[in-house]
Write a protein that binds this ligand. Structure first.
Ligand code: HDD
Length: 683
């Protein structure tokens, strides 16, 4: 189990992990001691109808192991899903950082990425309104580098000492443990109203960002300000961004709630299936860079984690790409046992004094100690660096390494004072030599006190549809809050962000709207709106509603054209098996109306079939209507048009029907590429 070999980039982590994998298929069953087992169905008893005997070591071992199969779930980010991949930098970042994995465009660094929701337990639905964790472990030749970020670029609080309070308020209320995986309850909103630094993040959490369409379609952010330090010791402040190649996309709230029932595994299934299909999720890594001299050049403090750096002011420099190309072999061994830590850094990457980041540097090791049962979790296969590691740390629960020799202390002479430390030149990590001249205080800088300007910037940057979704989200969440006092406090608080917003949801929850105030911030940042993201039909899922006696020629052409454009049609009918067209083509049905639902698709192609099939038409009509009400693209053939009779559907944007098959398909693809068609009359 030597780690000395694994330093060759791309596949090295895979090779390392393979040494720990076991395939039990076709093998003889043994106990954990290697003893062959002769019987595994009946415990050892005193007579066929008698009591079980203590002597039955096989029963005891099997049961004991089972009784201990669970470990504590993460206190936050319990529900997660992960995949392996690789990262490559586009050009050397030498000018800014000496980090080895950011130097050579030909080098592939293995990565492991875990996406998660924050509030819910390990079994909760994945479409909760919540931030998503976006943690990346880079297995570099200089040690593991963890970028432990979220899909939202700011955070609720400015100082880590408030994290337990935030999480207590967000989690299900302690007296009745409700609600699961939801912020729509009294304690959360009471915390928000009484900790107003949260205003900006709340805007993001109530926006479409908090209900992503897919892990493949989320941005990621390092959130904090970090430092890049180059070979000469020069430092720049930076922020990290992940930009999904497919763009940033969301579902609508009604849909999210229904998906949680129809398929609570919707996001992990999407990630898993995409990787299995070879549609590898890709994200570009970007950095915003601020020169040391410009630390105070902004109207916010760059150490404040409730602030972002508007991309129009500090452009995001795209520096590389990550591709996720391999699913895990075992969720527990990999996804559950992986231990991330913002303090896992490599030379060339340093911390800033952001007080939230500073506190995180303590919390992560601490939590792994209880979660993974001791100090040796770095030896778990998924956590091992691919470069050699040596020190004088010894023993503890579950220790696997057999350290040879008599010396386990530093300094020594018996082992020539090894393992020895490295100079900076030799790759030894050094903390940035920042000069600090200060008094010890429990305080917050004055420069952290503006809680509303960037929340307003976010509001100003939203499209009309996004603004409406925000008002609806606040109306939903506050509508679930029972305390009128908390509701009132929240309305008052968000009147500082936008009068239009606060009035919008105050009215919905029956509270007197606040007095008109002028918005002090008029600036907008177009990069914040998902309206301006990349849009593509690639990997969008289309439900093809197919009844018997469909028009084969047309359907075949349309399906082919959709597939050529990267769209993924799946056939839905009222029974599994094959459906026959008028000219004899047989198509295999993928789902029935029982096993799938319109909320699980991005678009609908209503083909129809024989008119006698009343049950099929009835179910199809409901399906199409729901997709329409979620603003999805709908395409219909001549027969399928019968399904578009309600709600002026036929005249709405994103509804395409009739015409020559190829032309129809092209228009439909265009509608699919636009994703959602907000200017519809939907009640
Ligand atoms: Fe955290 C997990 C992200 C603030 C304490 N956090 C955790 C995970 C992510 C983040 C993605 C899941 C890691 C995984 O997949 O295993 N956390 C963030 C971000 C924050 C943040 C982006 C703000 C910018 N976190 C934060 C603070 C503290 C913590 C201020 C405490 C001082 N976070 C934890 C934790 C967790 C964790 C309790 C739970 C499980 C774990 O660490 O491994 O230590």
């Amino acid at each position: 189990m030597s780690d000395e070999h694994n330093v060759n980039g791309g596949s090295s982590k895979k090779e390392q992990l393979e040494k720990f994998t076991s395939d039990d298929r076709g093998k003889k069953m043994t106990t954990n001691q290697g003893l062959k087992v002769s019987e595994d169905e009946f415990s050892l008893k005193a007579g066929e109808r008698g009591p079980t005997l203590m002597e039955d070591f096989h029963f005891r071992e099997k049961m004991t192991h089972f009784d201990h199969e669970r470990i504590p779930e993460r206190i936050v980010h319990a529900r997660g899903f992960a995949a392996h991949g690789e990262f490559q930098v586009y050009e050397s970042m030498k000018e800014y950082t000496k980090a080895g994995f950011l130097q050579d465009p030909s080098k592939k660094t293995p990565v492991f990425v875990r996406f998660s929701t924050v509030a819910g337990n390990r079994g909760s639905g994945e479409l909760a309104r919540d931030a998503r964790g976006f943690s990346t472990k880079f297995y570099t030749e200089e040690g593991n580098y963890d970028l432990v970020g979220n899909n939202i670029p700011v955070f609720f609080i400015q100082d880590a000492i408030k994290f337990p309070d935030l999480v207590h308020a967000l989690k299900p209320e302690p007296h009745n443990e409700m609600p699961q995986a939801a912020s729509a309850h009294d304690t959360f909103w009471d915390f928000i109203a009484n900790n107003q630094e949260s205003a900006h993040m709340v805007m993001w959490a109530m926006s479409d960002r908090a209900i992503p369409r897919s892990f493949r379609m989320m941005e990621g952010f390092g959130v904090h300000t970090f430092r890049f330090v180059n070979e000469e010791g020069k430092s720049h402040f930076i922020k990290f961004h992940w930009k999904p190649v497919l763009g940033t996309h969301s579902v609508v709230w009604d849909e999210a709630q229904k998906i949680n029932g129809k398929d609570p595994d919707f996001h992990r299934r999407d990630l898993w299936d995409s990787i299995e299909n070879g549609d590898y999720p890709e994200y570009e890594l970007g950095v915003q860079i601020i020169a040391e001299e410009d630390e105070f050049a902004f109207d916010f403090d760059i150490l404040d984690p409730t602030k972002l750096w508007p991309e129009e002011d500090v452009p995001v420099k795209i520096i590389g790409k990550m591709t996720l190309n391999r699913n895990v072999d075992n969720v527990f061994a990999e996804t559950e046992q992986v231990a991330f830590h913002p303090g896992h850094v490599v030379p060339g990457i340093n911390f800033s004094n952001d007080p939230l980041l500073q506190g995180r540097l303590f919390s992560y090791t601490d939590t792994q100690l209880i979660r993974l049962g001791g100090p040796n979790f770095h030896e778990l296969p998924i956590n091992r660096p691919v470069c050699p590691f040596h020190n004088n740390q010894r023993d503890g629960y579950g220790r696997q390494t057999i350290n040879r020799g008599q010396v386990s202390y530093h300094k020594n002479s018996l082992a020539e004072n090894t393992p020895e430390t490295s100079t900076e030149k030799e790759g030894g990590y050094t903390h940035y030599h920042e000069k600090i001249d200060a008094h010890k205080v429990r305080a917050r800088s004055e420069s952290f006190k503006d809680h509303f300007s960037q929340a307003t910037l976010f509001w100003n940057s939203m499209s009309d549809a996004e603004k409406e979704h925000l008002i609806n989200a606040f109306s939903f969440e506050l509508g679930k809050v029972e305390s009128a006092s908390v509701q009132n406090q929240v309305v008052e608080m968000f009147a500082n962000v936008s009068h239009e917003l606060a009035t919008g949801f105050a009215e919905a929850i029956g509270i007197t709207p606040p007095a008109e105030q002028e918005n002090k911030v008029t600036k907008a940042s177009p990069a914040l709106s998902q309206e301006n993201t990349t849009k593509t039909p690639v990997t969008r899922k289309v439900a093809v509603l197919l009844g018997k006696d469909f028009q084969d020629k047309e359907v075949n052409t349309v399906l082919e054209t959709l597939k050529e454009a990267g769209v993924q049609p799946e056939i839905l009918s009222d029974k599994l098996g094959k459906v026959k067209g008028v000219e004899g083509t047989e198509l295999e049905v993928d789902h029935t109306f029982l096993t799938a639902d319109s909320v699980l698709f991005d678009a609908v192609y209503a083909v129809g079939g024989s008119e006698e099939d009343k049950a099929f038409y009835k179910k199809s009509a409901l399906f199409v209507h729901e997709a329409f009400s979620h603003f999805k693209p709908i395409g219909a053939t001549e027969e399928g048009i019968k399904l578009l009779q309600v709600d002026e559907m036929k005249n709405s944007k994103g509804v395409v029907y009739g015409g020559e098959a190829k032309k129809f398909a092209r228009e439909f693809i265009e509608a699919i590429a636009a994703h959602r068609h907000w200017d519809r009359n939907v009640v």
